[in-house]
Design a protein around this ligand. Structure first.
Ligand SMILES: [Cu+2]
Length: 284
């Protein structure tokens, strides 16, 4: 489980808060296994994944040993006259019931986790996410803040910014707060997915899906659209900057000041202004 952890110079520096460099896991070349968990949900997903993988390994070892034993013990040279019986009721009951029991055992923690991910208890903040072909727009409905996030083209990447994952504007979220996440889409189905936070939720046109996240440590978290949504599906990444609460409040104030000094917040207008009218056809 040797994942490379990249020190990220948080763009919180832009907030003038003198932020310290933050650490967060992110995809790495030839990376295996899950990213380091940074939310209660992801901790539970990692634990469930470890449990199920262990069960799978035991089953694998059992079946492999059984097959090897049969190949050796009942080889034609050692067992020239095979048995002629075709049924064994107790054995058939056993090999039907055992897998059923294993599946039921797995189902309990699995469903418990599904419901835990679904329920939003006393959210401190709401983040609404809209998927478009091919970028995400974000709004904080209670704070009247809205913006789009587009992929940073390869030629414009700054040092340390990962290819196909960095976005021009970041979603900023406070560490330790429960954030209600609502997703929708305005064209086709997208999926907002951030592995380190254990969030993967579909965004449907005409429907509002809901989940929640509580980020445990400051850092930059990356994700991608996880639903094939068209030709530039691979070019609508997600970049989240998790900052301490005071920095988040300062960021919100700077955004509110920005939007009040400009035209009234209108997601459609900001979309066109930020992305350019030809955004939908000429993304890389
Ligand atoms: Cu998409």
């Amino acid at each position: 489980m040797s994942r490379t952890v990249r020190p990220v110079v948080s763009s919180a520096l832009l907030l003038g808060a003198g932020a310290t460099p933050a650490l967060a896991d992110q995809p790495s070349p030839w990376g295996l296994w899950l990213q380091e968990a940074a939310s209660p949900t992801m901790h539970q997903i990692s634990a469930l994944n470890a449990t199920i993988t262990t069960i799978i390994l035991f089953i694998l070892a059992f079946v492999f040993i059984l097959l090897a034993y049969i190949c050796v013990r009942f080889h034609q040279s050692r067992n020239p006259v095979p048995a002629r019986f075709a049924h064994n009721a107790p054995l058939e009951i056993l090999w039907t019931l055992t897998p059923v029991l294993i599946l039921v055992l797995i189902a309990f923690p699995s469903f418990r986790l599904l419901y835990a991910m679904d329920r939003v208890k006393d959210a401190d903040l709401t983040l609404k996410i809209t998927g478009h072909q091919w970028y995400w727009s974000y709004s904080y409905p209670d704070q009247n803040v809205a913006f789009d996030a587009n992929l940073v083209p390869e030629d414009d990447l700054k040092p340390g910014e990962p290819r196909l994952l960095a976005t021009d504007t970041h979603v900023v979220l406070p560490v330790g707060d429960t954030v209600r996440i609502q997703t929708t889409a305005d064209d086709v189905i997208h999926s907002w997915s951030v592995p380190a936070l254990g969030v993967k939720i579909d965004a449907f046109p005409g429907r509002l899906n809901e989940t929640w996240v509580k980020i445990e440590k400051p850092g930059i978290y990356f994700g991608q659209c996880s639903q094939l949504c068209g030709i530039n599906h691979g070019f609508m990444p997600i970049e989240i900057e998790a900052v301490p609460k005071e920095q988040f409040t300062a960021w919100l104030q700077s955004q509110t000041a920005k939007s009040s000094s400009a035209a009234p917040v209108n997601p459609a207008a900001t979309t066109l202004a930020a992305a350019g009218a030809d955004n939908r056809t000429d993304r890389p």
